[in-house]
Design a protein around this ligand. Structure first.
Ligand SMILES: NC(=O)c1ccc[n+]([C@@H]2O[C@H](COP(=O)([O-])OP(=O)(O)OC[C@H]3O[C@@H](n4cnc5c(N)ncnc54)[C@H](OP(=O)(O)O)[C@@H]3O)[C@@H](O)[C@H]2O)c1
Length: 274
């Protein structure tokens, strides 16, 4: 074949795709709720689901009969997740370090045809209080906290946007923290963690504004002080049992609609001020 002619054809096809918008079309086609059958099984993808709040989300969504894609940094060590995978149908464990963007893209490519009703950003780190003390700040830790808590949820939202758009429920939710509320700050502490969650909230508000016309609802939920490794060292009586905290957040996720998109829910359903 004449090379000049085939190059011209490729160029013409590319221009036609650009003009018709095909090049930017998501791999999974958008759909609306009316297209879904009564026996539709919603899917949730959860980050950081090998322990703590993420593990309990995976358990409770599986118990509800949802299809669960439970991701973990080190699945080989995630015995509790594998136990859930053998107990429930439609429960898949996948490796994902949320800061590994190559892996994020690979996972999105693997699930390119799968609608995801709820993209649940749960993975988070505090950075350790001793590393964020004024006059002794460890800035490499600050960068890591931002990477995990703030930047990764945006990247993962971009990567799985088409999947959420193709689903019935169309929700992106992040486990944020009241520590990110500027209005609620009265004592200095946890500079890195608090800043990362305040910035995360702005990322999510932007996403809510961006995706509203696509029918995607974006929300933030706060579990309250919950009895996980995150709070190790604090007296148990100050902490909420993890199952209760997760049940509360799931109720607020259920309540999230396109009208309330961009909301930041306290565990009791009230709205946390920025
Ligand atoms: N517990 C609370 O009182 C409380 C209050 C407000 C908000 N939150 C938020 O709730 C979320 C869950 O916290 P938790 O209490 O369940 O904490 P946790 O018990 O310490 O669990 C944190 C989870 O995040 C995962 N993770 C950390 N870095 C990751 C990365 N780079 N990639 C993938 N996963 C990663 C951990 O995986 P590994 O096991 O591999 O480390 C673990 O599964 C966090 O976003 C936290 O900020 C918690």
């Amino acid at each position: 074949m004449n090379l000049n002619i085939s190059v011209r054809w490729i160029w013409l096809i590319a221009m036609a795709m650009l003009v018709t918008g095909m090049a930017s079309m998501p791999t999974v086609m958008a759909a609306n709720a009316a297209n879904f059958a009564d026996d539709y099984v919603p899917t949730v993808l959860i980050t950081g689901s090998n322990r703590g709040i993420g593990l309990e989300f995976a358990r409770q969504y599986a118990e509800r009969g949802w299809s669960v894609i439970a991701t973990a940094r080190k699945p080989a060590q995630a015995e509790a997740l594998h136990a859930l995978a053998s107990k429930y149908d439609n429960f898949i464990v996948e490796q994902l370090d949320v800061t590994d963007f190559i892996r994020v893209d690979a996972l999105a490519a693997k699930y390119a045809q799968m609608p995801i009703d709820l993209l649940l950003h749960n993975a988070g780190i505090s950075g350790g209080s001793e590393k964020q003390m004024f006059t002794r700040m460890e800035y490499d830790v600050f960068a890591k906290v931002l990477e995990v808590n703030t930047i990764a949820p945006l990247k993962i939202s971009e990567a799985f946007y088409a999947n959420v758009r193709a689903s019935r429920d169309k929700k992106i939710v992040t486990v944020s923290s009241s520590e990110g509320s500027i209005n609620g700050a009265s004592q200095p502490r946890l500079y890195f963690y608090r800043s990362s969650k305040a910035a995360l909230n702005m990322v999510m508000v932007n996403l809510a504004l961006q995706l509203k016309r696509k029918g995607i609802s974006v929300g933030m939920v706060n579990p309250g002080m919950t009895d996980t490794d995150f709070m190790v060292g604090l007296p148990k009586k100050m902490l909420r049992p993890t199952p209760e905290a997760v049940t509360d957040m799931m109720r607020n996720i259920d309540a999230l609609t396109i009208e309330t998109t961009g909301s930041f829910y306290q565990y009791d359903g009230t709205i946390i001020p920025w």
